[in-house]
Ligand binder design. Structure first.
Ligand SMILES: Nc1ncnc2c1ncn2[C@@H]1O[C@H](COP(=O)(O)OP(=O)(O)OP(=O)(O)O)[C@@H](O)[C@H]1O
Length: 295
């Protein structure tokens, strides 16, 4: 018999997620299923709540929020060592749910939690951080940093577009040594994305070839390119057709990736950006994570 815990991040999706609580309750009531709904109070809460509730006998832990909330619940399950991750997509991006074809409609997503099946997906590790979707370095990470700064003054979707233009004006290619499954390359890069999911940034198909359960990372490298050419290349990333531009874009499949940069840079991990050291190691965890998906 399943015991389901919904962990709701009230600030996900610009605060919309909090309003889902009575709707989830309405869908669950009257069914013979043991469930509970709890709210997070601060970042990191979902990790502890997941672990504690698994200890108390819940088996399906559902992240109600965006990719950040999903990442925290996944960490709790992995640290505890058992349990299944459920996802009710209600963040701004929901990129992992998009790769897994989890419905965006709330009622349908709840039905998947109740009746869906488990799929074991790959878990990435980058410098002690767990990620399920995509981690990246370069232009895209700097766009996230600039967007956060702009959002403090301008609360609109336009903030993202504006930050793309501002970052494009100021961005300098990053010199790095890359080791992909122990083969070394010296590169000047515009961006490198390493992951198991296909999308980031709310549906941008940076890794259209990614397979989420094959035990490998999928890597997209955009090499140094003139700003004029970038204006043509960037829109093709939205539908994934950039990978045909072999002159500028390289694709790899690997078990491990190491990046060594000369200067400090940013790392985007499932949508959250961190300052990083000069050496970044991406590896795949041996154990996969069970996630509930549609039958
Ligand atoms: N109660 C809370 N108050 C403030 N922040 C919280 C709370 N609970 C969780 N968080 C943090 O909110 C951040 C954003 O959450 P999440 O990523 O799920 O939503 P989102 O940003 O709207 O969606 P997406 O990442 O898909 O774009 C996460 O980093 C998480 O740690």
């Amino acid at each position: 018999m399943d015991r389901i815990l919904y962990i709701v991040n009230p600030v996900a999706g610009g605060g919309r997620t909090k309003k889902l609580i009575p709707i989830i309750d309405g869908h669950m009531k009257g069914r013979e299923i043991d469930y509970d709904i709890v709210l997070t109070n601060k970042p990191g809460d979902a990790v502890h709540i997941s672990k504690e509730s698994l200890k108390r006998g819940y088996n399906k832990i559902v992240a109600v929020g965006g990719d950040g909330t999903v990442n925290e619940v996944a960490l709790g399950i992995l640290e505890y060592g058992q349990g299944v991750l459920g996802i009710i997509p209600s963040g701004t991006g929901n990129d992992l749910a998009r790769t897994l074809n989890i419905p965006s409609n709330l009622g349908e997503a709840i039905e998947v939690i109740i009746k869906g099946s488990n799929k074991k997906i790959d878990v990435g590790i980058v410098n002690d951080n767990v990620f399920l979707n995509i981690a990246s370095i370069g232009f895209d990470s700097e766009v996230v940093v600039t967007t956060e700064k702009i959002k403090k003054r301008l609360k609109s979707r336009f903030a993202y577009v504006l930050s793309i233009f501002l970052t494009l004006i100021n961005f300098k290619d990053i010199k790095m040594r890359l080791e992909i499954d122990n083969i070394s390359y010296d590169k000047d890069i515009f961006l490198i994305a390493v992951g198991n999911g296909k999308y980031y940034g709310g549906g941008v198909q940076i890794l259209p070839m990614a397979v989420i359960e094959d035990g490998f990372f999928h890597v997209c490298l955009v090499n140094k390119i003139s700003k004029l050419k970038l204006l043509f290349l960037l829109p093709t990333i939205i539908n994934g057709s950039h990978i045909k531009q072999k002159k500028y874009v390289e694709i790899f499949k690997a078990k491990s990736v190491k990046v060594i940069t000369k200067s400090k840079t940013y790392l985007n991990i499932d949508g959250e950006v961190k300052d990083i050291d000069n050496e970044i190691l991406f590896t795949i965890k041996k154990e996969k994570l069970p996630v509930i998906i549609s039958n």
